[in-house]
Write a protein that binds this ligand. Sequence first.
Ligand code: PLP
Length: 383
Amino acid sequence: MRKSAWQWMHTELESLKERAQFRYLVDSEPQGQGWLLRDGRRMLNLASNDYLGLQQRSGIADAWMGAAASRLIVGNNPVYRRFEEEFARFKGTESCLLFSSGYMANVGVIPSLMGRHDVVFSDRLNHASIVDGIVLSRAEHVRYRHRDLDHLETLLRKADTGSKKLIVTDSVFSMDGSIAPLRELVELKDRYGAMLMVDEAHSGGLYGEQGQGLVHELGLTERVEIQMGTFSKAYGGYGAYIAGDEVLKQYLVNKARSFIYTTALPPAVIESVRLNWLQARKEEWRRKELSRKAVWFREALRQRGFDTGESESHIVPLLLGSNERTVRFSEKLQQAGIAAVAIRPPTVPEGTARIRFTLMATHRDEDLQWAVEQIDRAGRELA
Ligand SMILES: Cc1ncc(COP(=O)(O)O)c(C=O)c1O
């Protein structure tokens, strides 16, 4: 990453150091009976929230021990650091910082980077957690039409040249299955001196030769300042990460309120996420199968006259428009034995209610074939 892009961050971190307000993470490992190992030294723990000592009761899964406070207090179990280092290597970034969930990452990161005098450019169909992050930041919130680069460029041109600018986008859009034009966004952000944040919630684990994500697959790792992803989708777990430069990590440790002021994920969650991640990495057949099934399913619906919008992924919307029709459609599918959710405003824009189908690598071809027939029948019955 161009170091000049982060000059303002270096300056702010230096200023925190001068005021003795700089925070950093120190490994802390519980040892029982109120003692812990902090940075390799045994210390009496007078900073825990495990008031009744229940976490350290032997017999309860040992892996659960260790949080019981923010990571900046005494909760920084080495499990986090080790996983962050491993995951950063996998992503090809200098560093990585874990958050308790994708929602927490987005509402923490955006306000820590952007403030009252800054501008955030956000795709109109970005996830709600991004929208909430922008609102919390108090920056000017500029929404551009979905994937519309001309519109975004017009808005970038109009923005005050003196303000800090951030473009933020989902990589695979959660309700549409469409894919952000990341290459073009990188060009635009460079041209207008903006930063780019990409939310890989629905592409992590699925794109890239080992599932590193779409940014990695397109060879853009060095050019995207902030990558966010969650472990709650393809990795079948819980928790989230921000991947990027080391200075970004240090900055977030000091500034992201949803990192600082909350208890960290239990180490057991990290351990289980790690196992799923290692498996996803090596089992390429899962990515291939998902991709093959998604192409087949989308095409099968399109051939039967359904509108699947701009989907290019394993998320396939069936656009129906009216809320009533969508609810009836989803009821019919449920009666037929298919669980698929009716998505209505405010989750999606007014007049674009839909059924959202999401595919899995482990779906059987014959089950998907059967599902398409049921969807077709429901469509004809409601015509
Ligand atoms: C694009 C996107 N970002 C962030 C999130 C939030 O992730 P999490 O469920 O880990 O809080 C979601 C989840 O629905 C999402 O779809």
